[in-house]
Design a protein around this ligand. Structure first.
Ligand code: H79
Length: 440
């Protein structure tokens, strides 16, 4: 923690100067930061203010959607790389990408029913296949030139926007089809082509589809090693994101272009642990076996997703829950079911989740955590200790309490401690959430 704070201090000192787009758009400090190959490149002036980020921090739950050509073989989004499929072979899957049942309104409706406040769709993953009519796409490798013959991003952005769901776009700067991804120093011309594609496509995505709420970069690294920041010498993320800010002043940007971005990511199904984090962050995880569609029917259990949500919000984070539609555009029914059940659950526990802040107490890994809003404190219990849950004393006396998840819990609050005990014989759901209304 200390080292992070120290680093931030140094970086802020180095980068608090103005952002200029003249010439290469970089200050001397920024240029040297780009070459240091260590930390994410920082540029405080590119970051959103707290008030610009407020909607996102309050939104808490989003729907991630991984859809692309990889849905056709149905072995996950890394199939091209994992199975060493040559680009021209891989391109043949375009005949199978029909999207015949793709209905952006149905996706938006699912997000709504699921209590998801924003969505993020893979406009282009590492395989280079683009889900929109993209003049900058190398080889016009797009959903317009596949069996689908549709601009998926156009339909998606319009549907989400009109449903009131925040519109998010995922984009991978790197593209496996370019030999320079593997040998960027040896193939400088090819590397420049790949970079031009990224700049051209980001410009398209940020200028042709109305207001975009989230830009989720992923895969800013190069040569299959190192960090995103190590590859900043090529991507030049400050110039890239200066362009993005001109086109979309309020878009929330992920940290994976090599620039630190507006929030931090925690990826995968590992348990969320540790104390409250005092920065904006997001857990992303997938319901399926991979992020992209797989033919097995595996789905994460509802209780596990609920625990992840609670573990994220009690530590100040958001959560992005992924589904992987099939080549026709159908989200697997098992995943739909989990999202719908989450939505029903969020209807009752929503007050403890949305628009809350973490605290007043630090979470205990695997046991409990708290959130708060106005005069309300919410206690999220994952595992009841023998004899009840003992918390520190609350800042004010308790005026009333109720259990959002059903059943009843006895609350004994004194100036020394707060003790919560479930009534004998009551059901113990995966998470018990208790609302405590404090005296004004
Ligand atoms: O889109 C989903 C995944 O496909 C994507 N992120 C989620 C949201 C993802 N791509 N890669 N990874 C996750 C992990 C990548 C790890 C590695 Fe590497 C890439 C190992 C080797 C190359 C990291 C980057 C370590 C070295 C370079």
């Amino acid at each position: 923690m200390l080292s992070f704070t120290a680093l931030l201090g140094i970086a802020t000192l180095a980068l608090c100067t103005r952002i200029s787009v003249a010439d290469d758009g970089l200050t001397d400090e920024q240029r040297s930061a780009l070459k240091q190959n260590t930390d994410p490149v920082r540029a405080a002036a590119l970051r959103l203010s707290d008030s610009q980020l407020q909607w996102w921090r309050g939104a808490k739950v989003g729907m991630f959607i991984h859809w692309g050509l990889y849905a056709v073989p149905g072995e996950g989004e890394w199939v091209m790389h994992n199975k060493k499929i040559p680009a021209d072979e891989y391109a043949k899957y375009a005949d199978g990408f029909t999207a015949v049942k793709f209905d952006a309104k149905a996706w938006a409706d699912l997000a709504q029913r699921g209590g998801m406040k924003y969505a993020v769709l893979t406009a282009r993953h590492h395989d280079g296949f683009s889900l929109w009519d993209s003049p900058s796409s190398h080889g016009h490798f797009t959903s317009m030139n596949a069996a689908s013959k549709r601009d998926i991003i156009a339909e998606y952005t319009a549907a989400m926007r009109s449903a009131g769901i925040g519109v998010g776009i995922y984009y991978s700067p790197m593209d496996w089809r370019f030999p320079a991804y593997f040998k960027p120093h040896e193939l400088p011309d090819n590397a420049q082509l790949m970079k031009q594609q990224t700049y051209g496509q980001i410009r398209e995505l940020m200028s042709r589809y109305g207001k975009i709420d989230v830009l989720w970069y992923d895969g800013g690294w190069l040569a299959h090693k190192g960090s995103d920041a190590d590859a900043a010498w090529l991507w030049d993320p400050i110039t890239l994101n200066t362009m993005v800010r001109e086109l979309q002043p309020n878009v929330v940007i992920s940290p994976r272009s090599g620039w630190e971005g507006d929030f931090r990511c925690e990826e995968g199904a590992g348990e969320i642990k540790g104390p409250i984090r005092d920065y904006a962050w997001e857990k992303c995880l997938t319901l399926g076996r991979a992020w992209g569609y797989t033919k097995d029917r595996h789905t994460m259990a509802l209780a596990e997703v609920q625990a992840h949500i609670v573990n994220a919000v009690t530590r100040g984070g958001n959560i992005l829950i992924n589904v992987g539609p099939d080549p026709e555009g159908v989200i697997p029914p098992e995943q739909v079911k989990v999202i719908e059940k989450l939505g029903q659950w969020l209807q009752t526990v929503g007050p403890a989740i949305y628009a809350t802040r973490p605290g007043p107490f630090e979470p205990v890994d695997g046991v409990c955590g708290t959130t708060q809003r106005d005069r309300f404190v919410y206690v999220h219990v994952l595992r009841w200790p023998e004899g009840g849950l003992v918390l520190p004393s609350l800042p004010k006396p308790v005026k009333s309490s109720r259990v959002l998840t059903g059943g009843s819990v006895q609350v004994a609050a004194t100036t020394e401690k707060t003790v919560l005990t479930p009534a004998p014989g009551t059901d113990r759901p995966a998470v018990t959430i208790i609302e405590l209304e404090l005296q004004p």
